[in-house]
Design a protein around this ligand. Structure first.
Ligand SMILES: Cc1ncc(COP(=O)(O)O)c(C=O)c1O
Length: 430
């Protein structure tokens, strides 16, 4: 990008992407130089129903005429409508909601409620997880951004992620048998000072390398939490509203958490987060004087946008669409794996897929330079995909594909074609 004003910005994540984006519609971005880019990151995994969906834009426009923002204690119809519609999609006992702004803030709010209600303070999260970068959420984010910022919160614990391709406890290869979970709780018990409050987990660990826990994993995690009186917080900022082929990721595992955290996918591109819990936990927190007043809690405009997103997801049955489109994407990726030695592992669920890149399949050494060259090559050929690197301990070097749930079959085929050609181009130079 040759605009000198770029130098006026703080570089918050390494560099910036190559081109200015001037317009976004559906699965496509248009750049200042007139290029078109197929967006397989759905923005920052937020454009659930495609960029600038007309019904979301209409809802926002209505708010501009009605009310954008209010005092934190005032309510408006969009907030009550959203609470109603959202809770209608959830099983008992999840029947109380609060609307905030970001994912990290919403994770923090859920954890604060779990601590207050339980009177305890120890919280565990999974290695390779991402829960946000505000203080409390950053204490639980183990995928990146840890070094150089001083101490995190006392009472934070790590459980080894069920990363079968690089098993953290060296027990399995290719299929996780949950040894990591048992070992993790064993470590937790020994290190605990006797105040176990909660476990926070993503149903699929996205930023840590698209790690998909095996079918019985969360049922066992819930049992282990129950034995210790810990609450379970499902962070579904990326997976909520259909991405995994069900409305919520927890449905795929047959469990119901004590807290559900949503953000990203709920706003469809507009910042909104939600904490959902039971009436009993809400009542307990209220009695204990729960305070989580923020500038944008219960704001009408983001609630109106989220209401439109939820309506589209339900009326177009996008969870089912994500499942079908995900199968199409998965079969392309499996086919690419047969022809490209750099593809070490392919994994995913619904419309969240990862391709782990290795130098060779025997050593499984992460192919970092190749990953960077590949995302550049894809971008040059008009496909935006992320390279995610899951922190320490044998980094996952994984391409992540998470298009809008409205992505068409043709767009999936085109993305696979570009990825294939880009792999061939960078492998030649590797
Ligand atoms: C699963 C998950 N939780 C929480 C967050 C934090 O959300 P935010 O960046 O809006 O604070 C993210 C962001 O990537 C995420 O992927």
């Amino acid at each position: 990008m040759d605009d000198p004003r770029i130098e006026r910005l703080i570089r918050y994540g390494g560099g910036f992407a190559g081109e200015l984006v001037v317009r976004a519609r559906g699965s496509w971005l248009e750049t200042a130089s007139g290029g078109r880019v197929l967006d397989f990151t759905a923005g920052q995994i937020c454009a659930t129903v495609g960029h600038n969906h007309p019904r979301v834009a209409d809802a926002i426009r209505r708010s501009l005429d009605e009310v954008i923002h209010l005092n934190s204690w005032m309510l408006s119809p969009p907030v009550l409508d959203l609470a109603d519609a959202l809770l209608d999609t959830l099983p008992a006992p999840l029947d109380r909601a609060m609307f905030l702004s970001t994912g990290g803030e919403s994770v923090e709010a859920a954890v604060r409620m779990a601590k207050l209600a339980s009177g305890r303070f120890e919280v565990a999260s999974l290695t390779r997880s991402w829960h946000g970068l505000t203080g409390g959420a950053a204490a639980l984010t183990l995928a990146a951004g840890r070094r150089g910022y001083g101490p995190t919160l006392p009472g934070s614990f790590a459980l080894p992620a069920p990363y079968a391709y690089r098993c953290p406890v060296r027990a399995c290869d290719g299929a996780c048998d949950c040894s990591c979970l048992e070992a993790g709780f064993d470590l937790f018990d020994q290190a605990s000072v006797g105040s176990p409050a909660a476990v926070v987990a993503e149903p699929v660990l996205s930023a840590g390398g698209v790690i998909v826990p095996p079918p019985g994993y969360f049922a066992r995690l819930v049992e282990l939490c129950d034995e210790r009186g810990m609450m379970v917080v499902f962070d579904e900022c990326q997976t909520g509203l259909g991405r995994l082929g069900a409305m919520y990721g927890f449905e795929r595992y047959g469990v119901v958490p004590d807290f559900l955290v949503l953000s990203k996918t709920l706003g469809g591109g507009v910042p909104i987060g939600a904490v959902v819990t039971s009436a009993a936990i809400e009542e307990r927190c209220y009695e204990l004087g729960f305070v989580h007043v923020t500038s944008h809690v219960s704001d009408p405009m983001p609630a109106a946008a989220a209401g439109a997103v939820l309506e589209i997801v339900r009326s177009e049955d996008l969870p089912a669409r994500a499942e079908r489109a995900g199968e199409r994407l998965a079969s392309h990726l499996a086919e690419l794996a047969t022809r490209h030695e750099a593809v070490g592992d392919v994994r995913g669920m619904g419309l969240l897929h990862g391709v782990e890149l290795v130098e060779d399949r025997d050593s499984r050494r992460p192919a970092e330079a190749l990953g960077l060259a590949l995302t550049d090559e894809c971008e040059r050929r008009g496909l935006s995909i992320n390279l995610v690197r899951g922190g320490t301990g044998g980094a996952a070097n994984c391409l992540r594909m998470a298009p809008p749930l409205t992505v068409s079959d043709d767009e999936i085929d085109l993305a696979a074609e570009i990825l294939d050609a880009s792999l061939a181009a960078v492998e030649v130079h590797a």
